[in-house]
Design a protein around this ligand. Structure first.
Ligand code: LLP
Length: 429
């Protein structure tokens, strides 16, 4: 049981630089989150801008210490909003988009088209046409059908990578494994489809095969499968393969018990893996999402009701839930909770943090140790920066929360809160 008076400082779960201030309040990006809750309302996603920049720099520095031929792509599905695209563009990263919508946001945010890599196991003609007309740098082709459709709509060369499913099972939740043969993504190695895709691309008029791609899954702590994925890709590669994209996937700490590998270790394994296996070392690409943004953010909620069922459990209900964080319901993901306005008090009360939705599965943290909660408290869940906003919904007519960037004690809204009228904005009378 966690009774540590200060679970924030030195924690790998909270944004870098987080602390408990003199008032006993959680501070993120130099801002007192209790004040942020009063100013911007709850629920709200609060990101420490410096945390995201530090992670991007950690990736860059880890690579630069080992090779000068690399490219880091922000896997924007983890946090697809303009301010995040802009921040990572400023940090010199490229971007991975998974749809026409993400492509649109990335370009509007200022990413140069040549820095865009487009994924998707079922890109529509409209999405491919958008990519082609915008002149994006690389398209990762995922099916034979797409190879033909894309070639037919081009009248100039287009650089492509082939998405390979290397037949590697990563040790993570089955919903976020992607590298095994039985996958809807890409071309399998074992069944010979990847080799056939190489031939088909090379036989097209307009597609120029420049690279291979494999992504084996997400929230990964065990790095060895990456080495096997690299070995698998090498069996397909020849002198014309200039780029090797070995995906994202590095896991993060959601709770104090999680001990993910460091960014540097992850980069080391990939660079060394490629060096060991390839005679002519291609440019190494990675596309992290979660590990760039996940720990940068905390979600602020307000405690609305407390229901104690004697001898059973105490439900602490907050003003959000599965509409702003679907991960506990979808993957059984575990989070921590903290009463941010008494962050210096012992976490001696066992509660279940419930959302406000009409579903019994709407539990944000099943067994949380917090300071004895009171109605009106600001309750925080850390490590919500990846796939929280991204998978948010309007379930039960709940407007989606704003995104706040905090830096050096200043806070700014980068995505405004939805209004009740927004909920009607697309309805046709
Ligand atoms: N590249 C590709 C092709 C991907 O499919 C993904 C994630 C990434 C990169 C980024 O992976 P990351 O570094 O974030 O692990 N909604 C799930 C995660 C789904 C990830 C899907 N693909 C979750 O909330 O855990």
């Amino acid at each position: 049981m966690t009774t540590k008076a200060n679970p924030v400082e030195g924690s790998a779960v909270y944004p870098l630089g987080s602390r408990v201030n003199e008032r006993g309040h959680l501070e993120v990006g130099g801002c007192d989150v209790v004040e942020l809750a009063a100013e911007f309302g709850t629920p709200a996603y609060v990101y420490a801008e410096d945390d995201m920049r530090a992670r991007a720099r950690a990736y860059k520095e880890a690579f630069a210490a080992r090779t000068d031929d690399f490219e880091i792509l922000f896997a924007s599905k983890a946090a697809p909003f303009t301010a995040a695209y802009r921040l990572f563009a400023e940090e010199g990263l490229s971007v991975d988009v998974a749809s026409g919508g993400e492509l649109h946001m990335a370009l509007r945010a200022g990413f140069a088209p040549e820095r865009v890599y487009m994924h998707g196991n079922n890109k529509t003609d409209a999405e491919l046409r958008y990519a082609v007309e915008a002149g994006i740098g690389h398209i990762i082709v995922d099916s034979f059908d797409e190879i033909r459709r894309l070639d037919a709509m081009l009248d100039r060369p287009q650089d492509v990578l082939i998405r390979v499913t290397p037949g590697i099972k990563a040790d993570t939740h089955s919903y976020i494994q992607t590298g095994q043969l039985d996958s809807k993504f890409g071309f399998g190695l074992e069944d010979g489809l990847a080799a056939r895709a190489v031939e088909e691309v090379r036989a097209t008029r307009n597609l120029r095969l420049v690279g291979l791609h494999a992504h084996i899954g997400s929230q990964i702590f065990e790095l060895e499968p990456y080495v096997r994925a690299i070995e698998a890709l090498a069996t397909l590669a020849d002198d014309e393969i200039e780029l090797l994209n070995v995906g994202g996937g590095l896991g993060i700490a959601y709770t104090a018990e999680d001990e993910p590998p460091a960014i540097e270790t992850y980069v080391d394994v990939k660079v060394n893996g490629v060096r060991r296996v390839f005679d002519r070392v291609p440019r190494i690409l990675i596309e992290p999402g979660r590990s760039l943004v996940g720990n940068a953010c905390v979600t602020l909620y307000t405690v609305g009701t407390i229901k104690e069922i004697p001898g059973v459990r105490t439900y602490v209900a907050v003003d959000g839930g599965m509409s702003d964080n679907l991960r506990p319901m979808l993957y059984g993901a575990r989070y921590e909770a903290l009463i941010a306005n008494r962050a210096n008090q012992p976490a001696d009360t066992l509660v279940t943090v419930a959302g406000m939705h009409c579903e019994s599965s709407d539990m944000i943290v099943r067994d949380a140790h917090v300071a004895a909660p009171r109605v009106g408290d600001v309750l925080v869940t850390p490590a919500t920066g990846a796939y929280g906003y991204a998978m948010a919904s309007n379930y039960n007519g709940v407007p989606r929360p704003p995104v706040i960037f905090a830096k050096d004690g200043d806070a700014r809204v980068v995505v405004r809160r939805e209004t009740w009228d927004d909920l009607l904005a697309r309805d046709v009378e």
